[in-house]
Design a protein around this ligand. Structure first.
Ligand code: 3PG
Length: 208
């Protein structure tokens, strides 16, 4: 099993994917892989998400598939049952943290402030999602986190793009960035996997 910190080392960008149709999931995952991206975060924002995770886990074993936008204890258990290899939460509550811990899966709990990050560190969690990254102060905020909390590593997500990703990836406390730009809604709807592969290639080439 990959640890939370190893997850951040797999690719410089974690694609955050919203799918309306589970059937498209394996081809989206294959396009990302072909572009050199080794992880996929399928968000639990659509009714198709759990089935999409199941399909990728069983049909595309070379990509590490996780569930994102996990906001309730029930979703944590459902995502684990569907075959998710990791979980990502936008923020945390005690009940959610307990449920995620019960799955024993690696996970990236969301934090936007120093106090939230410290609370998670108290529970032994040292690999976090910084969300929403741009709205919470962007690279300047994250750089400031590294002063008092140098042992914490982050995956900033929310408003990150291929243009501003290098600024985050240059920080000592950033392992990878997350973003939805690799799988634009219209490209997914049109089954335009060549575009997804091209965006993945461009993202995989970003240095972390
Ligand atoms: C997430 O849940 O991580 C974000 O919605 C992704 O943000 P983005 O669409 O700005 O990349």
């Amino acid at each position: 099993m990959t640890t939370s910190s190893e997850l951040l080392d797999l690719s410089p960008v974690m694609p955050v994917v919203v799918l309306d149709d589970a059937e498209a999931a394996p081809d989206v995952a294959r396009a990302l892989l072909a572009g050199g991206i080794r992880t996929i975060e399928l968000t639990l924002r659509t009714p198709a998400a759990l089935e999409a995770i199941e399909k990728v886990a069983s049909q595309v074993p070379d990509i590490v598939v996780g569930a994102g936008t996990v906001t309730t204890p029930e979703q944590a258990a459902q995502a684990a049952d569907a075959g998710a290899a990791f979980l990502v939460t936008p923020g945390t509550t005690d009940a959610l943290l307990d449920a995620v811990a019960a799955t024993r899966l690696p996970f990236l709990p969301g934090a936007a402030t120093v106090s939230e990050a410290m609370r998670l560190a108290e529970r032994g969690l040292d690999t976090l999602k910084f969300f929403p990254a741009e709205a919470s102060g962007g690279p300047a905020a994250l750089k400031a986190f590294a002063g008092p909390l140098p042992h914490l590593k982050f995956c900033p997500t929310g408003g990150v793009s291929v243009a501003n990703a290098p600024e985050y990836l240059g920080l000592s406390n950033v392992g990878c960035v997350g973003g939805s730009w690799l799988t634009p809604k219209d490209a997914v709807a049109a089954r335009d996997f060549a575009t997804i592969e091209r965006l993945a290639k461009e993202s995989a080439a970003l240095a972390s």
